[in-house]
Design a protein around this ligand. Structure first.
Ligand SMILES: C[S@@+](CC[C@H](N)C(=O)[O-])C[C@H]1O[C@@H](n2cnc3c(N)ncnc32)[C@H](O)[C@@H]1O
Length: 257
């Protein structure tokens, strides 16, 4: 199995994923509602994390549907949800039940995957003809113009560290072309950026993430304690408003129905 940089067994990871669910599920579920998935549908979510979206899908596709949630590591996934099937797998290993699903979705996963294009091929191959494929990934464009300059400097070095880890924080903008190249039709994409201030959910999310990774960030030589402390102080300051990520949601339909 490939390694995932924010290991689920690290202290605080359960809370960090719960925060991600709180911050991103409304957008993700709204996109799914727009695609029109209802009772009896078969859905697949890859890289489900704690499984909050798949648990919501399990309720939505009842009665008669199947909600399958896949991750490299299911140790933090919600268990015992009626209609929800958890499955441990690596999306790079191949499609999940080829050609079976009415909806295939992945959020905040592909930027961590060594070969994102190969992963998207496997996601699309898991969908039946006519099915919807919905991908949601970050694009750190807003971080490159963040204020004040020391926060921009923090993000510049964070991005240098992440490139060294094989993380692609600018993958969002590439999603629509990826889906088009694979022959999907009705491809559409939008990006949504949260504006947040110190003390808010996003600030707490970043504080938690940076604290989890702090030792590795410093050891890499890309970030030092001074810059990290400056950033963490901003995250606690309600007067500081900022933007970090545009989340691109790209969707299309598999041809052939
Ligand atoms: C940043 S978390 C996002 C979790 C969830 N989708 C969310 O947005 O809250 C990335 C998840 O993708 C999973 N993951 C990473 N690489 C994967 C792969 N090759 N196959 C399946 N899951 C993978 C990780 O284990 C982790 O749970």
């Amino acid at each position: 199995m490939p390694e995932y940089v924010l290991d689920h067994h690290q202290e605080g990871e359960r809370e960090r994923l719960a925060l991600m669910s709180r911050l991103l599920d409304p957008m993700h579920c709204g996109q799914i509602e727009r695609l029109g998935v209802g009772s009896g549908a078969r859905t697949l979510e890859v890289g489900c994390g704690n499984g909050s979206v798949s648990a919501w899908l399990a309720g939505r596709i009842a009665p008669g549907g199947r909600a399958v949630a896949v991750d490299l590591d299911l140790s933090l996934a919600i268990a015992d949800v009626p209609g929800l099937e958890l499955r441990q797998a690596d999306i790079l290993a191949g499609p999940v039940e080829p050609g079976d699903f009415d909806l295939v979705t992945a959020r905040a996963v592909l930027h961590h995957v060594a070969d994102a294009e190969a992963a998207v091929v496997n996601l699309v191959a898991s969908a039946r003809p006519g099915a919807a494929v919905l991908l949601i990934e970050p694009d750190f464009l807003p971080a490159t113009v963040a204020e004040p300059p020391e926060v921009r400097a923090f993000w510049k070095r964070w991005l240098a560290w992440s490139r060294g880890q094989g993380i692609d924080y600018f993958i969002g903008r590439r999603l629509p072309a990826m889906l088009s190249r694979l022959g999907l039709q009705d491809v559409e994409a939008t990006a949504q950026t949260a504006h947040y201030n110190g003390g808010s959910g996003w600030a707490v999310y970043w504080r938690q993430t940076v604290i989890e990774l702090r030792a590795r960030l410093v050891a890499s030589g890309k970030l030092d304690d001074r810059l990290i402390d400056t950033f963490l102080a901003r995250c606690a300051d309600p007067a500081w408003w900022t933007q970090t990520i545009a989340f691109t949601a790209a969707a299309g339909r598999v041809r052939g129905e």
